[in-house]
Write a new protein. Structure first.
Lengths: 111, 919
């Protein structure tokens, strides 16, 4: 169980960063909703996974949160990707790709 | 970079959780609001929207927890939580906490105190830079020739020389006084790398005879005796009547070799002196290489001297071929029959200083370690007992999902907290104890005979950083040891099964240690350890008692002794005679006299005695020779010569067994009157009827007029040797006889000796305003000072044994009392079923007594094996002394029985009906 969560942690961080880069500043709920939408309901994030991930990214300095008002005049914390985050995203995506390719090669090709 | 940032932020959030917490609240509330809006958009209204939103948000508590884990450090948070919980739990049980903390404080405190002594005395090197490379030769005493050889040829050693302490009379400035100081080779002083406050240190040129009358004084001496005179350098002081020029003043805090030294003068190595050589390892040398080199060089040099050939030239290079061994070329050098000694080697300098204290301190450390062990066992038992009460709580927690590791961690945190608090209290105890020890050491009468012989370097003992670290370490280890085992044991149960059972279940066989074989083992261990300690302390105490009851041969009560620092140019003999004449007039004085030595105060020289005249060419042409210089030992089978005044022996209460004592009728010329002691008389050396026999020391002749009883001269434990006594008022001696020109005075009184002190001061002052009595002590004090070391160690050991025994017995008491109180119901049932009070009583107490008996047996066996290490500290006893081996276990058995009865008595007054209703 825990190792699954580990793997997902790394991927989740990337997914969130990519989402913020592509979609612009989002607050937690809209981020989760959009991702669910885009992944055609295959990726459902509950609060237990989302908030710890956001904290991690924020502590790393890759995203930044600020309080703003929504259309309905509710206050919400909007997260946006930072420059360091963009750099990290590019770097980590590359690494992820290479890792995926490597695993792929191991699993699909006969030794 | 990101990881560092994250780490720091996590740390920040651990330390200040509130800000992040409130931020999270706000964010979750916002999230809720947005969800509400969403549901409102989808058609739900008001409360329905809110409820739906809340449901959609999901497990808030869990989210918060995961958030907390991510933003901070989980294990640190857990630790903080555990600690808070432990504090509250302990606050709820103040009695338990107090007992545990008290027990641990005793154990940890005692260990810390002893460790601080061990650390300062045995482990730390002398407080000088590079002191761990200071060396001293060992294996045989050295001569000045050995020093020459090493100085010129050694490559592994530098700063070679030697030193010895001495006491002199300072005179010429106000009252004369005794002073302790050091004769030290200038290179040795240089290796201490100290800078003087004023002037200079001793230098190599000061070693030449004629230039050696210079002195460096200590800071305290400069302050006290010269009023911090800024122009002191260049002035002269008189030490033992000889003028010395002050060339330097040391800084405050400079002490070598101990705090008593007030001055340093150059040491000139004379031909008859044998001492160890002191120095320093050169860079790159080791004790091993230096030992090898010293052994080689000196062996070779002695060979050369023995065979009479010239010593090989210093340094490498070709020289004359070495003389043939076997001694064909005799006659060139002095014939010396120096034995080639056993292997020589060098040891660290402070090894000699501490040699006497090493074994007793090590033994004391072991003893105090036992005490801590017992304390930990006790605490472990208490924790177990308390744990049994909390079983429900633990099972519920485990049922709610706490992992075993989590539960164990929390319990261990509790026990760690206890030991840390106990350790804190223990350190406070240790500081107090060490302070007391130093006060006790400083307050001794006759400092020169006192505390420093018990614990060398006592003034360096203190609770410093290393000692505190030790205390912390011991506390942590104790906490783990005490806490881990109970915690482990308690959390291993199957939660569901235990929860179903009633907590106060009855079990087959009323057993105090029901479900707890571990606790039974603990009792045996505790009792065993306590017995070992009691045996050890019993042996030491009995030893001291035997020592104290040795008849020293002189009176110890009502005898006052003192010395007087005499000014120069005064005849010590005449002054002493006048002094004694006046003292004799004082009321209450039975006898008064003076002498060269006082028993138990100094090393003595041996005099060759013979029944035939040696003729005038003997070395001892006129009686008697001056006191031997340091390091010169005489032949121990020759008698020791005591020069005493007419009434000195009666002032000391030494009885004349046969013949008569000294009187004014004794002739002034030869043959002089001589007294001998029993040991010499019995040895037959002077024939079967000593009285009237004529004997000789060199060319001087003596008539033996009486035999006196033996006297303990060097120590209560040492058997007396042969001794002779001469009346110094009749033998034409002069003042150079008295070391640092002062005799010892002894006064026998009817009443309290110390009451005479003011009167004596007056007499002395009247004779010469520059004189003053010093080193005033009753013979009582001197004797008890001489056995200070055994008394100290016996006292410490006894204290620890007492603590250990008390802890063990109290542990048993607690265990039984606890068992009784938690099994009240069962007792009631038994009684209702017909058991008599006696049977119940026996059931409760019986197995504890069996365990105690096993423990005592184990302790006696262990003691028999271990007490042999006490051998060198014992007097008049074997390590397996039967009296001690019977008495001590009996004492402990009695205490255990008493505790058992006391704690089990409430069981007898249990009313069965009330007990059955008891939950």
């Amino acid at each position: 169980m825990s190792s699954e969560v580990e793997l997902l942690q790394g991927a989740l961080d990337l997914i969130l960063l990519r989402a913020l880069e592509a979609m612009g500043p989002q607050h937690a709920y809209s981020l989760a909703a959009r991702l669910e939408q885009v992944s055609k309901s295959r990726l459902t994030l509950n609060q237990g996974t989302l908030y710890p991930a956001l904290v991690r990214l924020e502590q790393n300095g890759w995203i930044k949160g600020s309080w703003r008002r929504t259309e309905n005049n509710r206050e919400a914390k909007y997260y946006s990707i930072t420059k360091a985050g963009t750099r990290a995203l590019a770097r980590e995506t590359e690494r992820w790709r290479r890792l995926a390719g490597f695993v792929d090669a191991l699993l699909l090709h006969e030794p | 970079m990101a990881t560092v940032r994250r780490f720091l932020l996590r740390l920040l959030h651990f330390l200040q959780p509130h800000r992040a917490e409130s931020e999270l609240e706000r964010e979750l509330a916002a999230h809720l609001g947005v969800l509400e809006d969403e549901y409102t958009r989808r058609g739900l209204t008001g409360d329905d929207a809110r409820v739906a939103a809340r449901r959609a948000l999901g497990g808030v508590a869990q989210a918060k927890e995961l958030h907390r884990d991510a933003r901070s450090f989980r294990w640190l948070n857990d630790l903080r939580q555990d600690t808070r919980f432990a504090v509250r739990a302990l606050q709820r049980a103040p009695g338990f906490t107090a007992v545990v903390v008290g027990t641990l404080a005793l154990g940890i405190g005692a260990n810390t105190a002893i460790f601080s002594v061990v650390h300062a005395v045995l482990l730390r090197s002398l407080p000088f830079p590079g002191a761990d490379r200071f060396i001293e030769t060992s294996g045989a005493p050295m001569t000045f020739q050995d020093l020459e050889v090493l100085r010129s040829r050694s490559r592994t050693l530098s700063n070679l020389g030697s030193y010895h302490m001495e006491t002199v009379t300072l005179s010429g400035r106000g009252e004369a006084a005794f002073l302790s100081g050091v004769r030290i080779s200038p290179p040795v002083m240089a290796m201490l790398e100290a800078t003087p406050l004023m002037g200079r240190l001793l230098q190599p040129r000061d070693e030449s005879p004629g230039l050696d009358q210079v002195a460096v004084i200590s800071y305290s001496m400069w302050q006290r005796r010269f009023a911090a005179d800024a122009a002191i350098v260049g002035k002269t002081i008189a030490l033992d009547g000889i003028q010395y020029e002050v060339v330097g003043v040391m800084r405050p805090g400079f002490e070598f070799p101990n705090a008593d030294a007030e001055f340093w003068t150059p040491f000139v190595w004379g031909p008859r002196i044998r001492l160890a050589i002191v120095g320093r390892l050169t860079p790159g040398a080791s004790f091993l290489t230096a030992s090898t080199e010293v052994d080689e060089l000196l062996r070779q040099a002695r060979e050369n001297r023995r065979s009479g050939g010239p010593p090989p030239p210093p340094g490498p290079g070709p020289g004359p071929p070495p003389p043939p061994s076997g001694g064909a070329a005799r006659g060139a050098g002095p014939v010396r029959s120096e034995p080639i000694p056993a292997r020589l080697f060098v040891v660290p300098l402070h090894a000699e200083l501490i040699a006497g204290a090493k074994t007793p301190l090590v033994i004391l450390s072991a003893a105090v370690g036992f005490v801590l062990l017992i304390a930990c066992v006790n605490v472990g038992g208490l924790l177990l007992a308390r744990g049994i009460r909390r079983e429900r709580e633990i099972w519920i927690r485990m049922a709610l999902g706490a992992g075993r590791g989590r539960v164990v961690r929390q319990l261990v945190t509790e026990s760690m907290l206890l030991t840390l608090v106990g350790g804190f209290a223990g350190v406070w105890l240790a500081v107090t104890g060490v302070r007391w020890l130093r006060v006790f050491g400083a307050a001794m009468p006759r400092q020169d005979l006192g505390a420093s012989s018990v614990v060398p370097r006592l003034d360096e003992v203190g609770v410093d950083a290393t000692v505190l670290l030790f205390a912390l370490g011991v506390s942590l280890v104790a906490g783990l040891a005490c806490g881990l085992v109970p915690a482990w044991w308690q959390s291993r149960v199957d939660a569901r099964g235990e929860l179903a059972r009633e907590t106060s279940a009855t079990a087959p066989g009323f057993n105090v240690f029901h479900r707890s074989r571990g606790r039974a083992l603990l009792v045996v261990v505790q009792i065993g350890l306590a017995v070992v300690l009691l045996l050890g302390s019993g042996l030491l105490i009995r030893s001291v008692l035997k020592l104290s009851s040795v008849d020293p041969g002189y009176a110890t009560t009502r005898v006052l002794t003192f010395q007087v620092a005499l000014p120069p140019n005064r005849s010590a003999l005449r002054l002493s005679q006048e002094l004694i004449a006046h003292v004799r007039e004082l009321p209450g004085v039975r006898a008064a006299g003076y002498a060269q030595h006082l028993p138990l105060t100094r090393n003595l020289g041996h005099i060759p005695l013979s029944t035939r005249s040696q003729g005038p060419q003997s070395r001892f042409a006129s009686p008697p020779p001056p006191p031997p210089p340091p390091g010169v030992a005489g032949r121990p089978d020759f008698p020791v010569l005591h020069l005493v005044s007419r009434d000195f022996l009666s002032a000391l209460g030494v009885n004349v067994a046969e013949g008569r004592g000294f009187s004014d009728a004794d002739p002034v010329g030869q043959p002089h009157s001589l007294l001998i002691n029993r040991t010499l008389a019995r040895s037959g050396f002077v024939g079967d009827h000593p009285i009237g026999t004529r004997v000789y020391t060199g060319a001087a002749s003596w008539d033996i007029i009486g035999i006196v009883e033996d006297v303990r001269e060097t120590g209560l434990a040492d058997p007396p040797g042969p001794e002779i006594f001469a009346n110094l008022e009749r033998t034409g001696v002069d003042s150079t006889l008295f070391e640092h020109s002062s005799p010892y005075f002894a006064v026998r009184t009817d009443g309290s000796p110390t009451a005479l002190v003011p009167a004596i001061r007056d007499i002395v002052r009247q004779l010469d305003p520059q004189m003053a009595p010093d080193r005033i002590a009753t013979m009582d004090e001197i004797v008890s000072n001489s056995i200070l070391q055994p008394r100290f160690y016996a006292g410490m050991f006894g204290l620890f044994a007492f603590i250990a025994g008390t802890l063990a017995v109290v542990g048993i008491y607690g265990g039984i009392a606890f068992a009784v109180s938690s099994r009240t119901r069962e007792i009631g049932i038994r009684m209702a079923l017909g058991a008599s009070k006696y049977q119940v009583f026996r059931a409760i107490v019986g197995d504890v007594l069996v365990l105690a008996a096993v423990g005592i047996a184990a302790g006696v066996a262990g003691g028999a094996l271990l007490t042999r290490y006490l051998q060198q500290m014992l007097f008049g006893l074997t390590p397996l002394d039967p009296a001690v081996f019977i008495a001590m276990p009996l004492v402990l058995a009695g205490a255990v029985l008493g505790a058992a009865f006391l704690s089990a008595r409430p069981a007898l007054s249990v009313a069965p009906l009330a007990a059955l209703r008891h939950e």
